[in-house]
Design a protein around this ligand. Structure first.
Ligand SMILES: [Ca+2]
Ligand SMILES: [Ca+2]
Length: 409
């Protein structure tokens, strides 16, 4: 349950110095001005608040209506005000769609997202991405909704408050960063070569420079870690891809550990036995052999990994072994050894320079680190394409290929 504000804090906010008469009607624009600073949420929640108050009279709001709403909903700490404002009044949980009007307002008002105003399609994709990221982190069991307890545990509102204060949206790494959205969406778009907004098995095999084994891709497509489209399906949609990619690029978090564990635990008995692991490593080592790499025998890999993870039981590794605090840096290495060729080779070569930069850089987790590098890479590629296009135009206009040497001004 949320915490009531203490008696000493404001109990009933007064509006606009008493300029708002009890029955006087305000349309959304005036309403927004009048309530500014009278609730603890950022301005981009005003639309949500207005819609909730004016459900039966959408063209205006009276002061009396506002007062009723605020006495019922604002007399709490910020976490509870957030929860009550986002969810529907009749409901005790937040569902995905509840966030749509709030993120839509953010897109309309945030200076760092203004450039998207002419790109409705990207605005929609941004919204889907932010919501999927919130659910990825908060709805860890995949229930499809957020409870009050879940929101409080993760302090979800803090990211919204930051988005309201921070002019550079990319600094809000929790959920809202445009760069993070760009990376997720571009990588999806690249793989979805036939543009049907779905990714096939063959598409996913190309992910990360063909780094995943077909064995693990098969498991993902068997809906082992999580049903596609929430009900299960043959192909991977954009939201499914977000779950996959966040888990792939940051194997330290609990959701990712569970995601990959479910994939690897083929018989579903909750234990990653030597047999389970061996069947994946065989596929991986076969690929290594074909590509001319030295293959480390499975027994050695297993030994090395058991040293790192130190499982409690004798029969294999269970989820809780991976979730020990001292394991969060190494569990990814075991997963990579079993199904991600490129990352495993990188781990094996243990580049000390890479390890040191990782320890010393500004990022809190592997996802933030990856997204920053990948965004810059994508931006550079885009710049290169732009240059090539310009170059082609110049050559075309010159009508003669030799002119291209003289274009630099
Ligand atoms: Ca496709
Ligand atoms: Ca098993």
């Amino acid at each position: 349950m949320g915490l009531r504000r203490s008696n000493t804090s404001i109990m009933m906010p007064e509006i606009g110095g008493g300029e708002w008469g009890e029955e006087e009607r305000k349309g959304f624009k005036d309403f927004k001005k009048a309530i500014k600073g009278l609730h603890p949420l950022p301005d981009f929640f005003s639309q949500r608040i207005y819609s909730k108050i004016t459900k039966n009279s959408p063209s205006y709001c009276t002061k009396k209506q506002w007062n009723t709403w605020s006495s019922e909903n604002l007399d709490w700490d910020v976490g509870e005000v957030f929860f009550r404002t986002v969810k529907e009044d009749e409901s005790e949980v937040i569902v995905k769609d509840d966030f749509i009007p709030i993120i839509t307002s953010l897109l309309q008002t945030h200076p760092g997202l203004e450039f998207l105003s002419e790109h409705k399609e990207f605005q929609e994709k941004y919204t889907v991405t932010v919501i999927a990221r919130i659910f990825y982190e908060v709805d860890k069991e995949g229930l499809g909704h957020l409870t009050r307890r879940m929101c409080r545990k993760r302090r979800v509102w803090e990211a919204f408050l930051r988005a309201g204060e921070e002019e550079d949206i990319n600094k809000v790494m929790d959920f809202f960063s445009y760069e993070h959205f760009y990376v997720l969406y571009c990588r999806f778009w690249e793989l979805d070569s036939d543009r049907d907004y779905k990714i096939s098995r063959a598409d996913l095999l190309k992910y990360g420079d063909h780094s995943l084994s077909h064995a693990i891709v098969d498991r993902i497509f068997e809906n082992a870690p999580r049903p596609f489209g929430r009900r299960g399906g043959e192909e991977m949609g954009y939201e499914d891809f977000i779950y996959f990619m966040l888990s792939e690029e940051n194997k330290q978090n609990e959701v990712a550990v569970r995601y990959w564990f479910e994939c690897l635990d083929i018989d579903g008995d909750g234990v990653l036995s030597t047999m389970d692991m061996k069947s994946f490593y065989n596929v991986q080592s076969h690929r290594m052999q074909c590509l001319g790499h030295d293959v480390v025998p499975f027994e050695d890999v297993l030994c090395q990994m058991y040293d790192l993870i130190k499982p409690q039981g004798k029969d294999g590794v269970v989820v809780s072994d991976f979730l020990q605090p001292e394991c969060d840096k190494v569990s990814g290495a075991l997963f990579d050894a079993l199904f991600n060729l490129n990352k495993y080779l990188q781990f094996e070569s243990r580049d000390p320079f890479l390890e040191r930069t990782k320890r010393e850089d500004e990022f809190d987790n592997d996802w933030d680190r990856y997204a920053c590098v990948d965004y810059n890479r994508l931006a550079m590629e885009e710049e290169q394409r732009e240059d090539d296009r310009n170059q082609m135009e110049i050559e075309w206009e010159g009508g003669d290929g030799d002119n291209n040497m003289n274009m630099g001004e």
